[in-house]
Design a protein around this ligand. Sequence first.
Ligand SMILES: [Zn+2]
Ligand SMILES: [Zn+2]
Length: 145
Amino acid sequence: MGKLDGSCLCGSVRLVCDAEPLAAANCHCKDCQRQTGSAFSTVVTVPADAVEVRGEVATFTTVGTDTGAKAHRQFCPACGSPVLTLPELTPGLAFIKAGILDDPSIVRPVMEAWTGSAQPWIEPDRQLVCTERGPSEEILAMLAG
Ligand SMILES: [Zn+2]
Ligand SMILES: [Zn+2]
């Protein structure tokens, strides 16, 4: 069993991943708020080729507000759980939704993204790297390793 294995709510989509997380972030963008139905999305970044998706997923593609870059958001068509995002802005990287992991307690967010659209009832952790809007060049370079 990989450390970053996970499942959707109904169990028909299974994610298998043995990679070390490259990073983890809380994203407060409006798209993540809508997709998760919550204040932010916590994602774990891994090399895309290190993730195996078992079961059928559906994909909804969003377009970045600032960048115009597409993000392919995969979810379970049976129960609707978001499982994985593949942003074209960061080719070769996959963003696993932390809440689907078998053990989400291992996740350590290092960054708060899109704090400019954070909800007033959630205080982003200012000790972490914070970006008002999308990821900066510096953060993209960090993610790319
Ligand atoms: Zn499901
Ligand atoms: Zn987001």
